[in-house]
Unconditional design. Structure first.
Length: 446
């Protein structure tokens, strides 16, 4: 057993015993109350999941195993002479529960390099699609096409004990994460560069190699990818991509199937596709105004026009956060360091000053501040990654680290299949005493 896998097993064995005791002795303790409002507004705020890897605080932002993004930028290992944390280190932290050493990160890098080959039939499946198929649809297909190699599915077929489910899940997760940069880069080069593919460089780290295979060998791009892949990894368990991965995984679907399902959720414009929508909105503003760098007054007018048309300002607002997203701040600091004179960055900065006061004046908006998507596209565009339809694929590669680390913990804890109860409209009307002439259902006669 590898060092990291042994550390996980030792850690999980102790914690699993505590979780089983909690389930057995304290199952009746009330942790959350559900109202009609909760049910009909997306179940926001209902505590109904256990997520080990990260916690989202409305005021402090995301914390990974208790560490904030500034903490991680300081404490996680980097490449020699590097300035940005390595996502391999964050994966280790989420999986094992402690900060990694340089040796721990090197072990993960070596494992992922060793497992990174993709079967040829996966590329054949992708090549059967039209080249203009949305990259996220290609990405999901590629993941599912790899699912026949699932070590968990094979072990389950052969009759593995429930207490050992975590083991082939761990192996499958390591296999899958290892292959994602090569899969993503293949889709990128296929879609935008006529299939002129670039071979992997096994001497590079996980994020740096993704940049290389996409065709970007500038050190600043690799720095950006290390930062991007770190800050997008996880965001608690209730967001669509994390929850979907957990939900599908709870049926003992393979890591490939669970992750593919989660990423199809990430592909929605109210979730990960928002980074694409931000850039489209900014470019549309530029085109309509006929200027490259609109003034704050022009931005204000365009924002008000967007809102008057019943649309949202993409990249602003969050279901949980009540302050500027620390992930936005980390990207802004990167931009100030490397691209302060970029006109698109200056526009993003002006939007940051203009939008919150406008949104704050609208009573129903509780969070007028930018989220991670408000900035990421501008950074990618600056370095020549102009194909904004591909941005969510990069988000997906990063998000794998969090949702798949949690899937291993789900299996270690023996969490059951998720099955909440639902009711029809009549039940809610009867429960609340609301009278209505509209007949949703005919009440059965006794």
């Amino acid at each position: 057993m590898s060092t990291i896998k042994q550390k996980f097993y030792d850690n999980a064995s102790k914690k699993s015993a505590v979780i089983q005791k909690l389930k057995k002795e304290h199952a009746d303790v009330v942790v959350s109350e559900v109202t009609v409002g909760h049910v009909l507004t997306g179940m926001k705020g209902i505590i109904s999941l256990m997520t080990s890897t990260s916690k989202l605080d409305p005021e402090e932002g995301i914390r990974f195993r208790g560490y904030s993004i500034p903490d991680l930028q300081e404490l996680l290992p980097r490449i020699p002479g590097g300035t940005e944390p390595l996502p391999e280190g964050l994966f280790y932290l989420m999986l094992v529960g402690e900060l990694p050493t340089d040796a721990d990160v090197k072990e993960i890098q070596d494992e992922w390099t060793k497992r990174s080959d993709i079967p040829e039939h996966v590329f054949a499946a992708l090549d059967a699609l039209p080249k203009d198929t949305h990259p996220m649809n290609q990405f999901a297909l590629g993941i599912v096409a790899m699912a026949d190699g699932s070590k968990f599915a094979k072990a389950y077929e052969e009759g593995i004990s429930k207490k050992d489910y975590w083991d082939p899940t761990y192996e499958g997760v390591m296999d899958l994460i290892a292959k994602l940069p090569k899969l993503a880069a293949y889709i990128y080069r296929r879609s935008y560069f006529d299939g002129d593919h670039i071979e992997s460089d096994p001497s590079l780290d996980w994020a740096g190699n993704l940049a290389h295979m996409m065709g970007f060998d500038d050190d600043e791009v690799k720095k950006l990818f290390r930062l991007y892949m770190t800050i997008h990894t996880d965001h608690e368990g209730g967001n669509v991509s994390a929850h979907t991965t957990h939900l599908v995984g709870s049926a003992l679907s393979s890591p490939y199937q669970a992750y593919a399902a989660g990423m199809l959720g990430l592909a929605g414009p109210l979730h990960g596709l928002a980074n694409q929508e931000v850039i489209k909105w900014i470019l549309a503003m530029r085109e309509e105004l006929g200027v490259e760098n609109p003034t704050k007054e022009q931005i204000s007018d365009f924002v008000k026009k967007t809102l008057s048309e019943g649309r949202v300002v993409p990249g602003y607002g969050h279901a949980v956060l009540r302050k500027t997203d620390p992930r936005y701040t980390a990207q802004r600091e990167f931009a100030l360091k490397y691209m302060a004179d970029d006109s698109l960055f200056q526009t993003v900065s002006n939007i940051y000053e203009v939008v919150p006061p406008i949104l704050s004046s609208i009573a129903k908006i509780k969070n007028p501040w930018p989220n991670v998507d408000a900035h990421s596209g501008a950074l990618l565009l600056h370095y020549g990654i102009t194909q904004y339809e591909f941005y969510t694929v990069l988000f997906s590669v990063s998000r794998a680290l969090g949702v798949l680390a949690q899937l291993v913990w789900d299996r270690a804890y023996g969490l059951p299949i998720e099955r909440p109860k639902s009711q029809n409209e009549f039940w809610f009307l009867e429960k609340t005493g609301l009278k209505s002439d509209v007949k949703f259902y005919t009440k059965p006669k006794n």
